[in-house]
Write a protein that binds this ligand. Structure first.
Ligand code: SF4
Length: 461
């Protein structure tokens, strides 16, 4: 009964967001930076912002998240944070010895109007950035956008810091910008590419960073992440596959602008159709054949869907979270003959509703689709109160309404603060789709077992 006061009646709101379905920009910037090998994220703002961003990432990934802060106090808040950032860079390179520092801004430093490129030049002139070390930056004010925008901005910032136009083009090698997905998903994309023997560079890559094993020895810089050498040769790839309109296209566009590398947009490969398209695009771009083992995995997924179709058909679902992930998830649910009924994202952008509505039309179904500031958890709860769904899919914050409304709940997206596994089990590719499907079916069948009268309580389902 935690949300028992949510009223059923939906009133149009223009200037109020209640329980947003997003979080703040720098979290995305920090996550992107952690996908670069020996990169140290730095938050140019007050300590509180940095502590919140680190703790959210730590709670989701169950890994220690390192990051520096310019530690603004009253003085920096009034006169600007140049001195703090220059001192911080000196300390970071001296004490933590990263190869790259990735600086992102916060609401406070943006409001003051700190000019990061100018401060970086100042630090370079005064010798605070040692020879052979690098600095990249992104503007991430959190009063606009979301963690998704922050991720995209930092990916662009990283690319901007390293992209070089090159005469040399390595035939059949592509860049992959994977979008905001889990380390397990990045590992799965790598696995699919190696099964195809395709040549690629992935940027960023948080696998082997935020899913590192417990060895008894702390690695300040884990072995994973895109390397400097790879970043420097992004301009030599024949093209870029940008997975996700919101999270990857801005980075791909930056690389096209600076290094003349063309790009192709694809959805994050969630579910059967998007994975088909991704593999075909990768095969076309690299000349590598889709391996037999991937075809087998696809066949197993189709088999699983047909075996359990009776439990999926017509089931209504409410989903909320990040736009690129929701587009893939909507298509997957439609492929399963389910009915995504409410689709809500706190991240703004017209492409989202356009893409979702096109999918719904293609499959002959209707949905309430909303994104941006007033597309919040409160609104979603109101929709559910008016007409219940069979399944709720989204991050941990949905657990309150799932409990209040007694709806099966699949945790998916960011952040997941109360369960583990998302760092290790993918949701992309055919394997990821099988894992997600298994979780959906478990929820439906557990519910059926719970609610079945004794005379129809079945052993075999
Ligand atoms: S919303 Fe702004 S002030 Fe608040 S934690 Fe995020 S960056 Fe800091």
């Amino acid at each position: 009964m935690l949300l028992r006061h949510t009223p059923k009646e939906v009133i149009e709101r223009n200037a109020l967001t209640i329980n947003p379905a997003k979080t703040c920009q720098p979290i995305g910037a920090m996550y992107a930076a952690l996908g670069i090998h020996r990169c140290f994220p730095h938050s140019h703002g007050s300590q509180g912002c940095c502590a919140y961003h680190r703790s959210t990432l730590t709670r989701h990934y169950k890994e220690p998240i390192m990051a520096g802060t310019s530690s603004f106090t009253e003085g920096a808040s009034v006169f600007g944070g140049q001195a703090n950032l220059v001192q911080a860079l000196d300390n970071i390179y001296t004490i933590y010895k990263p190869d790259i520092v990735a600086v992102h801004t916060t609401c406070l430093s943006e409001t003051i109007g700190d000019d990061i490129p100018q401060i970086v030049s100042k630090a370079q002139e005064s010798g605070k950035i040692p020879e052979g070390k690098y600095i990249v930056y992104a503007s991430t004010p959190s009063y606009v956008g979301s963690h998704i925008t922050g991720f995209a901005n930092m990916v662009s910032g990283i690319i901007q810091g390293f992209a070089n136009q090159s005469e040399r083009v390595i035939e059949n090698r592509i860049n992959i910008i994977p979008g905001w997905v889990e380390p397990s998903d990045m590992a799965e994309i790598r696995r699919m590419m190696s099964l195809m023997r395709a040549k690629y560079i992935m940027v960023p890559d948080t696998s082997d960073v935020l899913d590192a094993p417990l060895t008894g020895r702390h690695e300040f810089y884990p072995k994973g992440g895109t390397t400097i050498k790879e970043l420097q040769s992004l301009g030599e790839s024949s093209m870029t596959l940008a997975l996700g309109h919101f999270t990857s296209v801005p980075g791909a566009e930056t690389l096209r602008r600076l290094a003349d590398v063309p790009y192709e947009f694809q959805d994050i490969p969630i579910g059967i159709s998007a994975t088909d398209r991704f593999l075909m695009a990768a095969s076309h771009a690299t000349g590598a054949e889709i391996s037999e083992s991937l075809e087998t995995e696809r066949g197993q997924l189709v088999d699983m869907i047909s075996d359990m179709q009776q439990y999926l058909y017509g089931k209504s679902v409410a989903i909320y979270g990040d736009p690129d992930q929701l587009i893939g998830l909507t298509e997957f649910l439609l492929d399963l003959d389910m009915h995504p009924k409410y689709i809500i994202s706190g991240s703004a952008g017209k492409v989202f509703t356009k893409r979702i509505n096109a999918l719904m039309e293609k499959y002959g179904k209707e949905a309430i689709v909303k994104n941006g500031p007033q597309a919040d958890m409160f609104y979603l709860h109101q929709l559910i109160k008016n007409e219940k769904v069979d399944l709720l899919i989204g991050n941990t914050y949905g657990k309150y309404m799932a409990r209040d409304e007694d709806i099966p709940f699949l945790r998916y997206g960011f952040p997941i603060l109360d369960r583990v596994g998302h760092s290790y089990f993918p949701s992309v590719g055919y394997k990821g789709a099988m894992y997600m499907l298994k979780n959906i079916l478990d929820l439906f069948l557990d519910r059926k077992d719970r609610d079945a009268p004794e005379e129809s309580f079945e052993l075999v389902m």
